[in-house]
Design a protein around this ligand. Sequence first.
Ligand code: 5AD
Ligand code: SF4
Length: 362
Amino acid sequence: MNSHLNDILNKSSLTKADIVYLLKLNNPSDLDLLFQQAVNIRNEYCGAKVFFRGLIEISNICRKNCLYCGIRIENKAIVRYDISEKEIIDTAFSAWDNGLASIVLQSGERTDKVFIHKIIRCLQAISDYTQHKMRITLSLGEQKKETYKLWKEAGADAYLLRIETSDSDLFRKIHPDNRLHRFEDRLRALEHLKEIGFQVGTGVMIGLPFQSIESLADDLIFIQNLDADMAGMGPYLEHQETPLFLWRNHLTDVNERLLLTLKMYAILRILMKDINIASTTATDAISSSGRLKGILAGANVIMPDITPEKYLGKYTIYPNKPVSKLTLRKVLEKAETMVKTSGCEPVLADRGDPVHYLLKSL
Ligand code: 5AD
Ligand code: SF4
């Protein structure tokens, strides 16, 4: 029996030192205790449920050049694609017709008018078809406040924008030093999203070169101070066609990064009991049961990829991204079976808005 661990798990709020202690746990029985506590809290505050989000990766065109990402503008080794408005809308309709009440539109960052208005028309069409009942999340990068407003008015409910790391020095190390990649701008964008009334999600990459355990503890405190409604965090996976690949010798083993990711999920659940936490696809790139492990560490959202088949496998932000050439129905059935093995109920037909957001807006 680890009495220090028990003391921490019984506290009503955690200090940074407590979080660092939890992130360093390694003994299997200690880890079991941490994960079980996170699961109990999730079940009490959010229900023993896992909400489904159909993820449509609408384009891998990006204006940015993040040093870690496989779809950065300077990676000439990939084929770029941009799904047509009709295909996006048809995919969303088909998700709705298959019983999915929540989707995510994700792409590289574009800020031109053509793109902004294409998104507006997609949002309007999906909202009309589903009588505003489908929950639409956007993950389209940093935009002007005005653009966020237009998208909210057109029917978007939630927005995911990762801070990537809350450590401004580390942020500078993993991004080019130019006006497109400013830590302060990312912070401002998150504030704008909150002001507009979006359900806001953020998150970080875990296991980056030069990233310390203390820095990860600060990331969790950052997410808490932002009062985020949702979190999406995943292991960093080095991509050969990116500058950060040079630092691969500084990385820990991928399984270490996966374990650290699971600890981040569990600790965030303890810190923020009623938010939505995604068990992200990057965990599945390390272990075929990565997402399942995430659910068993307190996550309550999964995002099955429902991108149309001809574009599947082209959104290569990191290597070995799992793709499944199954039909939409089969993708959902497979994910439902996986969720059931965790003891949670798979929820497709519910919007699954974060309890945290619903309580704030009362
Ligand atoms: N490994 C893991 N995650 C990555 N992302 C980008 N590149 C990588 C990588 N090499 C994540 C970032 C970004 C999201 C779209 O994908 O966190 O916000
Ligand atoms: Fe573009 Fe996002 Fe990749 Fe950066 S992380 S290059 S903004 S898709």
